[in-house]
Design a binder for this molecule. Structure first.
Ligand code: G3P
Length: 214
């Protein structure tokens, strides 16, 4: 499973990149707004750190605006992936961009038929939001499993990018369910190498070494 970081914070991106396991970055308007920086410049700065796919979301809700914004985002760097919403206009823009060779990430996916439609329209990535479904007492992980089944049934090549991941259990379940990519906050990435028995075991090894060998 590929691992992306879900942030627009350069320090977090650098730290995750330095771990040597980072495959890409997802951003959204909320994440970039939180940084209080210029939208396009921040995307360009991220692309200087990470060579894998960097998702850049449009804010237009109509086809023409999406196409114009997508074209401008795509010029920022070759690894930009244009992020479009799972709406009717987003679907049309997805097809038009695929026909022009522009990679897309169809976001805000909350039900499996949205994923089937955007895969048919040539999306590079589709982003089902797990945590936000859990928030309204639905089973977010079931959406990942359902999309996996549909894509496998028909050999659809769009990658399933599990998003809105809130904790490591989500991440583990994504890997078990066969998500192609998971995008996580930095806090979740850091926790992936953590276990109290690792810490306790290491402490004992070091104490025993010191006792015996000084
Ligand atoms: O980038 C989209 C997604 O991962 C947002 O997550 O936690 O705001 O639901 P969240």
């Amino acid at each position: 499973m590929e691992l992306y970081i879900d942030t627009a914070n350069l320090d977090e991106i650098k730290q995750a990149h330095d771990l040597g396991v980072l495959d890409g970055v997802t951003t959204n308007p909320t994440l970039i707004a939180k940084e209080g920086v210029d939208y396009g410049k921040r995307l360009a700065d991220i692309c200087k750190i990470v060579s894998g796919p960097v998702s850049a979301e449009v804010i237009s809700t109509k086809f023409d605006g999406m196409m114009a914004e997508g074209e401008s985002h795509a010029k920022i760097a070759p690894n930009i992936v244009v992020k479009l919403p799972c709406t009717v206009d987003g679907l049309k823009a997805c097809r038009a961009m695929a026909d022009r060779g522009v990679r897309t990430n169809l976001t805000l996916c909350f039900q499996p038929l949205q994923a089937l439609m955007v895969a048919k329209a040539g999306a590079f990535l589709v982003s089902p939001f797990i945590g936000r479904l859990d928030d309204i007492s639905q089973d977010g992980m079931q959406l990942i499993r359902d999309i996996r089944t549909i894509f496998d049934n028909y050999g659809l090549k769009t990658k399933i990018l599990a998003a809105s991941i809130r904790h490591t259990t989500h991440l583990l379940q994504c890997a078990l369910a066969g998500a192609d990519v998971a995008t996580c906050p930095f806090s979740v990435i850091k926790q992936c190498m953590s276990h109290p028995l690792t810490d306790a075991g290491l402490e004992k090894f070091l104490a025993d070494y010191k006792k015996a060998f000084g």
